[in-house]
Design a protein around this ligand. Structure first.
Ligand code: KG4
Ligand code: ZN
Length: 336
Protein backbone atom coordinates (compact mmCIF):
# COMPACT_ATOMS: atom_id res chain seq x y z
CA UNK A 1 0.00 0.00 0.00
CA UNK A 2 1.31 3.48 -0.95
CA UNK A 3 0.36 6.25 1.48
CA UNK A 4 0.99 9.96 1.02
CA UNK A 5 1.55 11.68 4.37
CA UNK A 6 0.98 15.40 4.88
CA UNK A 7 2.13 17.32 7.96
CA UNK A 8 1.53 21.05 8.56
CA UNK A 9 0.80 21.27 12.30
CA UNK A 10 3.39 23.93 13.12
CA UNK A 11 6.21 25.48 11.08
CA UNK A 12 7.26 22.56 8.88
CA UNK A 13 5.49 21.88 5.58
CA UNK A 14 6.11 18.19 4.97
CA UNK A 15 5.04 15.44 2.58
CA UNK A 16 6.19 11.86 2.25
CA UNK A 17 5.37 8.67 0.42
CA UNK A 18 5.63 5.49 2.48
CA UNK A 19 5.21 1.96 1.12
CA UNK A 20 3.68 -0.81 3.26
CA UNK A 21 4.00 1.38 6.33
CA UNK A 22 7.77 0.93 6.51
CA UNK A 23 9.66 1.91 3.34
CA UNK A 24 10.16 5.65 3.05
CA UNK A 25 10.17 6.42 -0.69
CA UNK A 26 10.42 10.17 -0.10
CA UNK A 27 10.48 12.50 2.89
CA UNK A 28 10.36 16.19 2.02
CA UNK A 29 10.46 18.74 4.84
CA UNK A 30 10.39 22.48 4.28
CA UNK A 31 11.34 24.25 7.53
CA UNK A 32 10.02 27.79 7.57
CA UNK A 33 12.79 30.32 8.18
CA UNK A 34 10.49 33.30 8.42
CA UNK A 35 10.12 32.85 12.21
CA UNK A 36 13.83 32.95 13.06
CA UNK A 37 14.01 36.68 13.54
CA UNK A 38 11.06 36.62 15.99
CA UNK A 39 12.55 33.92 18.24
CA UNK A 40 9.40 31.78 18.01
CA UNK A 41 6.68 30.65 15.61
CA UNK A 42 4.30 33.41 14.46
CA UNK A 43 1.05 31.49 13.70
CA UNK A 44 -0.25 33.81 10.97
CA UNK A 45 3.07 33.72 9.12
CA UNK A 46 3.19 29.93 9.47
CA UNK A 47 -0.22 29.56 7.79
CA UNK A 48 0.81 31.81 4.92
CA UNK A 49 4.04 29.88 4.41
CA UNK A 50 2.13 26.57 4.32
CA UNK A 51 -0.16 27.95 1.59
CA UNK A 52 2.86 29.06 -0.42
CA UNK A 53 4.80 25.80 -0.10
CA UNK A 54 2.31 22.94 0.17
CA UNK A 55 1.96 22.32 -3.58
CA UNK A 56 5.72 22.30 -4.36
CA UNK A 57 6.42 20.15 -1.27
CA UNK A 58 3.83 17.53 -2.28
CA UNK A 59 5.02 17.56 -5.89
CA UNK A 60 8.59 17.07 -4.68
CA UNK A 61 7.53 14.13 -2.48
CA UNK A 62 5.80 12.43 -5.42
CA UNK A 63 8.66 13.07 -7.81
CA UNK A 64 11.29 11.90 -5.30
CA UNK A 65 9.26 8.71 -4.80
CA UNK A 66 9.02 8.43 -8.62
CA UNK A 67 5.27 7.90 -8.60
CA UNK A 68 2.30 9.76 -10.01
CA UNK A 69 -0.57 10.84 -7.77
CA UNK A 70 -2.86 8.14 -9.29
CA UNK A 71 -0.70 5.46 -7.65
CA UNK A 72 -1.40 6.79 -4.12
CA UNK A 73 -3.82 4.56 -2.22
CA UNK A 74 -4.52 6.75 0.79
CA UNK A 75 -3.75 10.21 2.13
CA UNK A 76 -2.82 10.55 5.80
CA UNK A 77 -2.82 14.01 7.35
CA UNK A 78 -2.24 15.54 10.77
CA UNK A 79 -5.51 16.95 12.15
CA UNK A 80 -4.12 17.94 15.58
CA UNK A 81 -2.73 18.89 18.00
CA UNK A 82 -1.11 21.98 16.52
CA UNK A 83 -1.78 25.53 15.32
CA UNK A 84 -5.28 25.63 13.91
CA UNK A 85 -4.40 27.82 10.90
CA UNK A 86 -1.45 25.62 10.01
CA UNK A 87 -3.39 22.37 10.46
CA UNK A 88 -6.18 23.61 8.21
CA UNK A 89 -3.88 24.06 5.22
CA UNK A 90 -2.66 20.44 5.21
CA UNK A 91 -6.08 19.10 6.10
CA UNK A 92 -7.92 21.01 3.36
CA UNK A 93 -5.35 19.95 0.80
CA UNK A 94 -5.57 16.31 1.92
CA UNK A 95 -9.37 16.37 1.71
CA UNK A 96 -9.26 17.79 -1.82
CA UNK A 97 -6.77 15.13 -2.85
CA UNK A 98 -8.78 12.33 -1.26
CA UNK A 99 -11.98 13.52 -2.99
CA UNK A 100 -10.46 14.10 -6.41
CA UNK A 101 -8.47 10.83 -6.48
CA UNK A 102 -11.25 8.90 -4.73
CA UNK A 103 -8.89 7.45 -2.12
CA UNK A 104 -9.34 7.21 1.67
CA UNK A 105 -8.49 10.10 3.97
CA UNK A 106 -6.90 9.16 7.30
CA UNK A 107 -6.67 11.83 10.00
CA UNK A 108 -3.64 11.31 12.24
CA UNK A 109 -2.86 12.63 15.69
CA UNK A 110 0.54 14.35 15.59
CA UNK A 111 1.72 12.67 18.82
CA UNK A 112 0.87 9.25 17.41
CA UNK A 113 2.87 10.27 14.34
CA UNK A 114 5.93 10.98 16.48
CA UNK A 115 5.58 7.54 18.12
CA UNK A 116 5.47 5.94 14.64
CA UNK A 117 8.87 7.50 13.88
CA UNK A 118 10.22 4.91 16.34
CA UNK A 119 8.33 2.09 14.60
CA UNK A 120 9.73 3.25 11.24
CA UNK A 121 13.34 3.27 12.39
CA UNK A 122 13.09 0.31 14.77
CA UNK A 123 10.82 -2.32 13.24
CA UNK A 124 12.25 -4.67 15.88
CA UNK A 125 10.81 -2.63 18.77
CA UNK A 126 8.11 -4.71 20.41
CA UNK A 127 5.43 -3.38 22.71
CA UNK A 128 4.93 -2.56 25.45
CA UNK A 129 7.32 0.35 25.86
CA UNK A 130 7.47 3.82 27.32
CA UNK A 131 7.71 6.69 24.83
CA UNK A 132 8.81 10.18 25.77
CA UNK A 133 7.36 12.45 23.09
CA UNK A 134 9.22 15.70 23.59
CA UNK A 135 9.12 18.58 21.15
CA UNK A 136 8.44 22.27 20.79
CA UNK A 137 4.73 21.81 21.34
CA UNK A 138 4.45 18.77 23.61
CA UNK A 139 6.06 16.80 26.42
CA UNK A 140 4.16 13.55 26.81
CA UNK A 141 5.02 10.39 28.67
CA UNK A 142 3.13 7.61 26.94
CA UNK A 143 2.79 3.92 27.73
CA UNK A 144 2.55 2.16 24.36
CA UNK A 145 0.77 -1.07 25.32
CA UNK A 146 0.86 -2.12 21.68
CA UNK A 147 0.89 -0.44 18.27
CA UNK A 148 -2.09 1.90 18.31
CA UNK A 149 -2.89 1.44 22.01
CA UNK A 150 -1.78 4.27 24.27
CA UNK A 151 -1.99 5.33 27.89
CA UNK A 152 -0.98 8.91 28.60
CA UNK A 153 0.92 8.76 31.90
CA UNK A 154 1.94 12.40 32.05
CA UNK A 155 2.25 15.63 30.11
CA UNK A 156 3.49 19.15 30.58
CA UNK A 157 1.41 21.46 32.73
CA UNK A 158 2.87 24.55 31.08
CA UNK A 159 5.76 24.86 28.60
CA UNK A 160 6.93 21.95 26.47
CA UNK A 161 10.57 20.88 26.81
CA UNK A 162 11.52 22.22 23.35
CA UNK A 163 9.66 25.46 24.05
CA UNK A 164 11.83 25.92 27.17
CA UNK A 165 14.96 25.35 25.05
CA UNK A 166 13.73 27.96 22.55
CA UNK A 167 12.84 30.54 25.21
CA UNK A 168 16.07 30.11 27.17
CA UNK A 169 18.11 30.44 23.97
CA UNK A 170 16.26 33.70 23.30
CA UNK A 171 17.11 35.02 26.79
CA UNK A 172 20.74 34.06 26.19
CA UNK A 173 20.75 35.59 22.70
CA UNK A 174 21.69 32.28 21.14
CA UNK A 175 19.18 32.38 18.26
CA UNK A 176 16.21 30.26 17.16
CA UNK A 177 15.40 27.39 17.28
CA UNK A 178 17.12 27.11 20.63
CA UNK A 179 17.35 23.33 21.03
CA UNK A 180 20.00 22.65 18.38
CA UNK A 181 22.09 25.68 19.44
CA UNK A 182 22.07 24.80 23.14
CA UNK A 183 22.83 21.18 22.25
CA UNK A 184 25.84 22.38 20.23
CA UNK A 185 27.27 24.96 22.65
CA UNK A 186 26.79 22.64 25.63
CA UNK A 187 29.65 20.49 24.30
CA UNK A 188 31.89 23.23 25.70
CA UNK A 189 29.86 24.19 28.77
CA UNK A 190 29.81 23.19 32.43
CA UNK A 191 26.58 21.36 33.40
CA UNK A 192 27.29 22.01 37.10
CA UNK A 193 27.95 25.75 36.75
CA UNK A 194 24.61 26.60 38.40
CA UNK A 195 22.02 24.27 39.90
CA UNK A 196 18.72 25.39 38.35
CA UNK A 197 15.50 24.00 39.91
CA UNK A 198 14.19 20.60 38.83
CA UNK A 199 10.38 20.44 38.91
CA UNK A 200 9.55 16.85 39.83
CA UNK A 201 6.04 17.85 41.02
CA UNK A 202 4.09 15.65 43.45
CA UNK A 203 5.43 12.24 44.45
CA UNK A 204 4.57 9.73 41.74
CA UNK A 205 3.49 12.31 39.15
CA UNK A 206 4.59 11.79 35.56
CA UNK A 207 3.63 15.33 34.57
CA UNK A 208 6.23 17.92 33.63
CA UNK A 209 6.63 21.63 34.24
CA UNK A 210 9.37 23.64 32.53
CA UNK A 211 8.06 27.16 32.90
CA UNK A 212 9.57 27.73 36.38
CA UNK A 213 12.95 26.58 35.11
CA UNK A 214 12.75 28.98 32.17
CA UNK A 215 11.90 31.85 34.56
CA UNK A 216 14.74 30.84 36.90
CA UNK A 217 17.21 31.09 34.02
CA UNK A 218 15.80 34.47 32.93
CA UNK A 219 16.07 35.82 36.51
CA UNK A 220 19.57 34.46 36.92
CA UNK A 221 20.67 36.17 33.71
CA UNK A 222 19.35 39.57 34.86
CA UNK A 223 21.72 39.32 37.85
CA UNK A 224 24.81 38.87 35.65
CA UNK A 225 26.83 41.75 34.26
CA UNK A 226 27.36 41.94 30.48
CA UNK A 227 30.87 40.70 30.98
CA UNK A 228 29.82 37.77 33.22
CA UNK A 229 27.09 36.76 30.78
CA UNK A 230 29.57 36.89 27.91
CA UNK A 231 31.95 34.64 29.82
CA UNK A 232 29.34 32.17 31.11
CA UNK A 233 26.61 32.11 28.44
CA UNK A 234 27.55 28.56 27.47
CA UNK A 235 27.72 27.40 31.11
CA UNK A 236 24.24 28.82 31.83
CA UNK A 237 22.83 27.10 28.72
CA UNK A 238 24.51 23.82 29.67
CA UNK A 239 23.26 23.99 33.28
CA UNK A 240 19.73 24.66 32.00
CA UNK A 241 19.94 21.67 29.63
CA UNK A 242 21.12 19.47 32.51
CA UNK A 243 18.04 20.40 34.56
CA UNK A 244 15.71 19.46 31.67
CA UNK A 245 17.57 16.22 30.99
CA UNK A 246 17.56 15.21 34.69
CA UNK A 247 13.77 15.42 34.90
CA UNK A 248 13.10 13.72 31.55
CA UNK A 249 15.46 10.84 32.27
CA UNK A 250 14.29 10.28 35.83
CA UNK A 251 10.58 10.28 34.95
CA UNK A 252 11.12 8.11 31.86
CA UNK A 253 13.04 5.45 33.80
CA UNK A 254 10.53 5.54 36.69
CA UNK A 255 7.67 5.03 34.23
CA UNK A 256 9.44 1.94 32.81
CA UNK A 257 9.90 0.48 36.27
CA UNK A 258 6.34 1.23 37.32
CA UNK A 259 4.83 -0.23 34.15
CA UNK A 260 7.24 -3.12 34.27
CA UNK A 261 8.61 -2.70 30.75
CA UNK A 262 12.24 -2.93 29.74
CA UNK A 263 12.08 -0.52 26.81
CA UNK A 264 12.09 3.24 26.53
CA UNK A 265 11.86 5.26 23.30
CA UNK A 266 12.36 8.93 22.58
CA UNK A 267 10.44 10.89 19.94
CA UNK A 268 10.01 14.54 18.88
CA UNK A 269 12.52 17.30 18.17
CA UNK A 270 14.12 17.23 21.64
CA UNK A 271 14.91 13.53 21.10
CA UNK A 272 17.78 14.79 18.93
CA UNK A 273 19.52 16.16 22.01
CA UNK A 274 22.92 14.51 22.49
CA UNK A 275 23.12 14.97 26.25
CA UNK A 276 19.63 13.52 26.70
CA UNK A 277 20.49 10.46 24.60
CA UNK A 278 23.76 9.98 26.45
CA UNK A 279 22.26 10.34 29.94
CA UNK A 280 19.25 8.17 29.11
CA UNK A 281 21.50 5.43 27.74
CA UNK A 282 23.65 5.53 30.88
CA UNK A 283 20.71 5.42 33.31
CA UNK A 284 18.91 2.79 31.23
CA UNK A 285 21.97 0.58 31.30
CA UNK A 286 22.05 0.71 35.10
CA UNK A 287 18.42 -0.46 35.12
CA UNK A 288 18.89 -3.03 32.31
CA UNK A 289 16.58 -1.17 29.94
CA UNK A 290 16.84 -0.78 26.16
CA UNK A 291 16.77 2.70 24.63
CA UNK A 292 15.41 3.56 21.17
CA UNK A 293 15.27 6.83 19.28
CA UNK A 294 14.60 7.76 15.68
CA UNK A 295 17.19 9.14 13.24
CA UNK A 296 17.38 12.97 13.45
CA UNK A 297 15.18 13.62 10.38
CA UNK A 298 12.41 11.48 11.88
CA UNK A 299 12.66 13.18 15.32
CA UNK A 300 11.64 16.65 14.15
CA UNK A 301 8.33 17.15 12.35
CA UNK A 302 8.04 15.15 9.15
CA UNK A 303 5.33 13.46 7.12
CA UNK A 304 6.86 9.96 6.91
CA UNK A 305 5.75 9.34 10.49
CA UNK A 306 2.23 10.53 9.57
CA UNK A 307 2.11 8.24 6.51
CA UNK A 308 3.31 5.27 8.61
CA UNK A 309 0.62 5.89 11.23
CA UNK A 310 -1.91 6.33 8.39
CA UNK A 311 -0.95 2.98 6.87
CA UNK A 312 -1.49 1.31 10.25
CA UNK A 313 -4.88 2.93 10.87
CA UNK A 314 -6.10 2.28 7.33
CA UNK A 315 -5.07 -1.37 7.57
CA UNK A 316 -7.34 -1.52 10.65
CA UNK A 317 -10.20 -0.18 8.56
CA UNK A 318 -10.13 3.35 9.94
CA UNK A 319 -11.07 6.06 7.48
CA UNK A 320 -11.94 9.70 8.21
CA UNK A 321 -14.85 11.58 6.70
CA UNK A 322 -14.49 14.77 4.71
CA UNK A 323 -16.02 16.55 7.71
CA UNK A 324 -12.84 15.88 9.73
CA UNK A 325 -11.87 19.11 11.47
CA UNK A 326 -8.58 20.52 12.71
CA UNK A 327 -8.36 20.04 16.51
CA UNK A 328 -5.67 22.22 18.16
CA UNK A 329 -5.73 20.20 21.44
CA UNK A 330 -6.56 16.77 20.03
CA UNK A 331 -6.17 14.02 22.64
CA UNK A 332 -4.17 10.89 21.79
CA UNK A 333 -6.71 8.15 21.10
CA UNK A 334 -6.07 4.45 20.74
CA UNK A 335 -7.40 2.46 17.76
CA UNK A 336 -11.00 1.27 18.14
O1 KG4 B 1 9.08 17.85 16.81
P1 KG4 B 1 9.39 19.25 16.43
O2 KG4 B 1 10.04 19.48 15.08
O3 KG4 B 1 8.12 20.17 16.43
C1 KG4 B 1 7.05 20.09 17.32
O4 KG4 B 1 6.23 19.15 17.21
O5 KG4 B 1 7.00 20.97 18.20
O6 KG4 B 1 10.32 19.86 17.59
C2 KG4 B 1 10.89 21.13 17.52
C3 KG4 B 1 11.53 21.43 18.86
C4 KG4 B 1 12.05 22.85 18.98
O7 KG4 B 1 11.60 23.39 20.20
C5 KG4 B 1 13.57 22.66 18.99
O8 KG4 B 1 14.25 23.65 19.73
C6 KG4 B 1 13.71 21.29 19.61
O9 KG4 B 1 12.64 20.55 19.08
N1 KG4 B 1 14.98 20.66 19.26
C7 KG4 B 1 15.93 20.33 20.15
C8 KG4 B 1 17.02 19.81 19.40
N2 KG4 B 1 16.69 19.83 18.07
C9 KG4 B 1 15.43 20.35 18.01
N3 KG4 B 1 15.96 20.44 21.49
C10 KG4 B 1 17.09 20.04 22.12
N4 KG4 B 1 18.18 19.55 21.48
C11 KG4 B 1 18.18 19.41 20.13
N5 KG4 B 1 19.25 18.93 19.49
ZN1 ZN C 1 6.05 17.50 16.45
Amino acid sequence: MLILGIETSCDETAASVVKEGKDILSNVVYSQMVHNKYGGVVPELASREHIRTIVPVIKAALSEAKISSEKIEGVAVTYGPGLVGSLLIGLSFAKALSYSLDIPLIGINHIEGHIFADFLDHPEISSPFICLVISGGHSNLVYVAQKGSYELLGQTRDDAAGEAFDKVAKVLNLGYPGGPVIDKVSQEGNPDFFKFPRAYLEEGSFDFSFSGLKTAVALYVTKLSEEELGRHRTDVATSFQEAVVDVLVEKGIKACLEKNTRKIALAGGVARNKRLRERLRAEAEKNHLHVFYPSPILCTDNAAMIAAAGDFRLSRGEVSGLDLNAIPYAPLNSVQ
